[in-house]
Design a protein around this ligand. Structure first.
Ligand SMILES: [Zn+2]
Ligand SMILES: [Zn+2]
Length: 83
């Protein structure tokens, strides 16, 4: 099951499970759209893979399949990547 992390790893902005601004890599590193586009140029700073829009989990399934509550944050922040 996809881990729906609650925040952006770069700026710590909240990313609720129904957020249209969430971006995710194949390892489930999660970022907001602004960081993914403006800072990371579309690539995950951890694994180098591409970031795509995170699918929204329908609200009625969140009870059975809750989103992650474990906040992951890069302590050093995210360096701007050359596009
Ligand atoms: Zn962010
Ligand atoms: Zn990654």
């Amino acid at each position: 099951m996809l881990e729906l992390r609650p925040n952006c790893e770069c700026c710590d902005r909240d990313l609720p499970p129904d957020s249209a601004d969430a971006r995710i890599c194949s390892f489930e590193c999660s970022f907001c759209a602004a960081c993914a586009q403006n800072v990371l140029a579309g690539f995950c700073p951890n694994c180098g893979g591409n970031l795509v829009a995170r699918p929204v989990r329908p609200a009625h399934l969140l009870q059975r399949a809750p989103a992650s509550t474990r906040r992951v944050l890069k302590a050093e922040g995210c360096a701007k990547r050359a596009a």
